[in-house]
Write a protein that binds this ligand. Structure first.
Ligand code: SF4
Length: 399
């Protein structure tokens, strides 16, 4: 894993310094496959945002973005990433010797299917680097995905191609896109299988493991390296199942996590749950890089469908149907909703969902308040107290 991610970042760094190579920045599910098939080296700012959070650099950097007009209320990936740019720092330099900065883009591409923040975030960088900005503007709050949704988004993707050809200097080749999409689909299917191993009792992996292992699915989907990585990981997890080896020793409780991770606390939270013999077996977040809709025979239509079927794009009814399926499949005893201060888009506890689902399923829930990157929004004491009380509640229920 370390080698794979290092190779990826060193390759990007050298591409950004080579006039003959082109770098595209792309939001998490933007049409990365189109960029890759045109020969772009693809950089994902959200991965950098998560690194800023996990390295705990984010909280100190956010105020620099606030000072130039980005509110502390908006996405803390955005504010910490812009803050890091203004302060000319990056966790990449700490992890990868010789890398001095984020890779300079030749074009910046976003997809608003997750939120509007990505558009504002990418607009900032497009202006700073004086490079073009391209975007897909999608529907949100969708209950059933229809042909109208899919066709409109597929059309926007097609319209991008001519422009991207000019920047990349390469001609679009449908077969190349099909090849990339086939690899993306394979990566996605393997990633799903990896996550699904957690339905075993005991689970061979936790949500916290998933947030680390999802790296290749985010930044390398569409490549053979990502496929090979997940084949290896899946074999290891299957072996752990055969050996009855759980990720949490003596697993007693199985939980589901909805919402963003709290990047700066992954280790301490993972240890807290392990001490309580509770395994967070699955999450909406890690599942967001599963694209079962990809079909290389219909590349644009199937990408449009897969990216629109994502959980974050959907209405509460569709989200609730999905969560019920997940709770059932992973055999969970409880669900934790993270109310993430600066990401209302990936927070599902503010309009009665926990209560509705608890009434329907009888599965208890807990809402915790924090943030993906801004640790000032999290009270560690309250988090621990609330989690401990929730586990006690589960214990009583089991007695
Ligand atoms: S979905 Fe949330 S965390 Fe992701 S970019 Fe949008 S606001 Fe930020």
């Amino acid at each position: 894993m370390k080698q794979l991610m290092a190779d990826y970042y060193y390759e990007l760094d050298s591409a950004a310094k080579d006039k003959n190579k082109k770098v595209a920045w792309c939001t998490s599910v933007g049409p990365a496959e189109i960029l890759r098939c045109l020969g772009f080296y693809v950089y994902f700012p959200e991965n950098h945002g998560a690194m800023l959070g996990a390295s705990r650099m984010a909280t100190d950097l956010i105020p620099y973005a606030n000072a130039i007009g980005y509110s502390p209320e908006v996405c803390s990936y955005l504010t910490s990433d812009i803050g890091a740019f203004l302060k000319k720092v990056t966790p990449l330099s700490k992890v990868y010797e010789g890398i001095k900065s984020i890779p300079r883009p030749d074009i910046v591409v976003f997809n608003t299917n997750q939120c509007r923040d990505v558009q504002d975030w990418m607009r900032f960088f497009s202006k700073e680097f004086k490079v073009p900005l391209l975007g897909i503007h999608t529907y949100t709050g969708i209950n059933e995905v229809t042909e109208t949704h899919v066709q409109s988004i597929a059309q926007q993707m097609k319209e991008m191609v001519e422009y991207l050809e000019k920047i990349s200097g390469n001609t679009f080749d449908k077969r190349e896109l099909q090849k990339v999409l086939t690899l993306s689909r394979e990566c996605s299917d393997l990633w799903k299988k990896v996550l699904d191993t957690a339905s075993n009792i005991p689970s061979p992996l936790t949500f916290f493991d998933g947030t680390i292992h999802m790296g290749p699915a985010v930044v390398l989907r569409g490549t053979q390296q990502a496929v090979d990585y997940y084949k290896l990981l899946l074999a290891e997890l299957e072996q752990r199942i055969k050996d009855n080896e759980g990720a949490v020793e003596d697993e007693r409780f199985r939980l589901y996590w909805d919402g963003m991770p709290i990047w700066g606390r992954l280790k301490s939270h993972s240890e807290l749950f392990a001490r309580k013999k509770a395994c967070i077996v699955a999450s909406t977040y890690c599942n967001s890089w599963i694209f079962t809709g990809f079909d290389a025979s219909y590349p644009f239509m199937s990408m449009a469908r897969a990216y629109t079927e994502l959980f974050i794009v959907r209405a509460d009814e569709a989200k609730e149907r999905y969560l019920k399926e997940m709770m059932d499949f992973f055999k969970v005893d409880g669900i934790i909703y993270h109310d993430s201060k600066s990401c209302p888009n990936n927070t599902n506890s503010r309009y009665g969902m926990p209560q509705r689902l608890e009434d329907e399923t009888g599965i208890p829930s807990l809402v915790i308040y924090g943030d993906l990157n801004d640790l000032r929004c999290l009270s560690d004491e309250q988090f621990i107290t609330n989690v401990e009380a929730f586990i006690e509640q589960l214990e009583e229920k089991n007695e």
